[in-house]
Design a protein around this ligand. Structure first.
Ligand code: ADP
Ligand code: MG
Length: 246
């Protein structure tokens, strides 16, 4: 299909004897917003990290626009650039100010001129509500919610085809969670393709096109938010949701 960005086929990942991803198949369409839920240790982070090859899968295939990225000679650097990543722990460059955080990946990775990069960085910072008054600040002068919004603007600035979010609000004080979720909701509306590991069930239910429930290294169940939250089929999905949605 023309609009399929990623097709993951029978992906496995082991650390020594520990098979963390058991047989994951999943495709991602352009513009799709997918939430990945599941207990701690079920393999959610490993899945995201394997998709953008921060971890090398042990077996399986990852097709990006139909091309197997694991085949010899494939341009992995370009592939990785196309999948932005937003982490729980922000991972900003602490020694750079807000604006430079969003400029530097563009000038280094994409070889954009400083001028062009600054224009794009500013537009993306504005988009996440981090206007001019913040541009000279260093990350340690910002709240967690502000840092995460800068991390999102930085990810956007290199024109990714999709952004993978790994528990983007889990490290935040409760009062900061909303501003980050609202930013992500706006991105979802703008048509960005997003894979989001989250414990925010309301967000998963209201914003995603599809919800994937992972358990012990497999996709135990997936469906529309409505299907998954209102009429889960699997006992383990029901049990998980009962713990979260009471
Ligand atoms: P989740 O994100 O769902 O909490 P993870 O993907 O982080 O789960 O971890 C799944 C399993 O993989 C856990 O048992 C964890 O200990 C193991 N694991 C994750 N990363 C590594 C690693 N780098 N080396 C060894 N084991 C790992
Ligand atoms: Mg995790």
């Amino acid at each position: 299909m023309a609009d399929t960005i990623l097709e993951i086929k029978h992906l496995k990942k082991s650390y020594g004897q520990n098979e963390v991803l058991k047989d994951i198949s999943l495709s991602v369409q352009k513009g799709e917003v997918i939430s990945i839920i599941g207990s701690s240790g079920s393999g959610k982070s490993t899945l995201l990290r394997s998709i953008n090859l921060l971890e090398m899968p042990t077996e399986g295939a990852i097709l990006y626009h139909g091309q197997d990225v694991l085949q010899k000679g494939y341009d992995l650097a370009t592939y990785r650039e196309k999948l932005g990543m937003v982490f729980q722990s922000f991972n900003l460059f602490e020694n750079l100010n807000v604006l430079d955080n969003a400029i530097v990946p563009q000038t280094t990775v994409l070889k954009r001129s400083k001028e062009e990069a600054a224009k794009i960085a500013k537009a993306n910072l504005e988009k996440v509500g981090m206007g001019e008054q913040y541009w000279k600040a260093k990350p340690n002068q910002l709240s967690g919610g502000q840092k995460q919004r800068v991390a999102i603007a930085r990810a956007l600035s290199v024109n990714p085809e999709a952004i993978l979010f790994d528990e983007p609000t889990s490290a935040l004080d409760p009062e900061m969670v909303g501003e980050v979720l609202r930013t992500m909701q706006n991105l979802a509306k703008s048509g960005l393709t997003m894979l989001i590991v989250t414990h925010e069930m309301e967000f998963a239910r209201d914003v995603s096109d599809r919800v994937i429930f992972m358990d012990q290294g497999v996709i135990a169940e997936q469906g529309s938010p409505r299907q998954l939250f209102e009429s889960p089929k699997e006992a383990r999905t029901k049990e998980f949701l009962q713990r979260f949605l009471k």
